[in-house]
Design a binder for this molecule. Sequence first.
Ligand code: 5AD
Ligand code: SF4
Length: 482
Amino acid sequence: MSKTGPLSKKLHVKTYGCQMNVYDSARMADVMAPYGYAASDRADGADLVILNTCHIREKATEKVYSELGRLRVMKEEAAKEGRRMLIAVAGCVAQAEGEEIVRRAPVVDMVFGPQTYHRLPELVTRALGRETGRGGWRGAGVVDTDFPAEDKFDHLPEESRTQGAAAFLSIQEGCDKFCTFCVVPYTRGAEFSRPAAAVVAEARRLVAGGALEITLLGQNVNAYHGEGPDGRDWGLGRLIRALAEIDGLARLRYTTSHPRDMDDDLIAAHGEVPALMPYLHLPVQSGSDRILDTMNRGHTADDYRRIVDRLRDARPDLALSSDFIVGFPGESDRDFADTLRLVREVGFAQAYSFKYSARAGTPAASVADQLSEAEKSDRLEALQQILNAQQRAFNEAAVGSVQPVLFERRGNRPGQLVGRGPWMQSIHAEAPERLLGAIVGVAVDLGGANSLSGHVVTVETAGRVDPVAPSPQPPPAERVPA
Ligand code: 5AD
Ligand code: SF4
């Protein structure tokens, strides 16, 4: 395929799952832009539709197949009008299911995994070259799910056109932890860290392009061990300190972390690097040592409590988020009670919780002691009741504070913008459009279940400046009543 000037074709990428996928989707758009593909938020009328999929839980996979059913109708309509619509399945479902996708959904032209999307133009060319007569254009299912030896990051365009004021930067991929419930080590492969110089260079470009906040991404982001410019091994703490030096970069975050990889330097960075935001997503999965052991997590519930204490010593206003799985095979009432106890003791500003879903090929899927759906639902409800109450209390405690908000998008109501405060809360306020992409002081008037709202008080902080100091700060989550 040849590179063209003006953007004359439409590309629609639908993203499922984690922020790694959000990042990958943005990079897919970057890869296709030089070939004339402009990003579109509609599948209807698009020349190329990519479903960037998630395989982590069963429902995520099923959603992809039902979306493919809808796309088939669109593709047939397009063919009737003489247009070709290519359909691609990317991401972890693609990696895990490969050829099976084309068999189950012949409407799919291309299947490619998270490690090969830099070859997208070549795949599109190959798919466009195949045509079967009846019913319009049909791909022959170009499948590319290698784990290639070449580093995809070396083959991606340097410039990212698709990132705004709050940008993502992938620094690490893959996972060697092999939690017994999880498909990620199989779909994303072994842990890999990008060299620090490449990360810093990409961060500089993002900031030059208007980013005020960068979220460092990795399946196991704090397992980061990249080669430093000094030839030494850099951990995440060291990398964060280097990134914080970039002029104009006001905020840093990282996700997702593993408790085992919270090393001393990273914990200290939370107290020493002002740009590192006071919010950390640190999945624990369960509060029962017995279950943590059979999950192969490599830490106990008390290890987690100690890490949280040390983080809060370093940064007293740190808010925590986590992931929980209920109904893991063999989970007893007592194990579940241990999880509830841990939640009450730690106090979370927000959290994600899931019913265990057996994933083919993972060790936990073949354990005989699976719980019933009803038990899992009851436990999920009980857990979410506590987590929701903690989140609400955390949000209500923010009322009366002034928070630096990075406005990222328009709100649902006209004249309203939405952004995030330091503690990751979504904050709505009436504000002129010119404040999109700026950090603005917002006085919080209302704290709801999932978001806050307030009014702008310090517009003069707009632009690339340090965030205004939040005052007064919401209490740390540990003081939030459960
Ligand atoms: N069943 C339920 N939840 C899962 N997760 C990962 N695998 C499974 C599974 N098989 C959850 C974990 C992880 C999050 C991203 O998804 O909590 O941290
Ligand atoms: Fe999955 Fe565990 Fe690796 Fe996280 S640490 S990606 S849950 S195997």
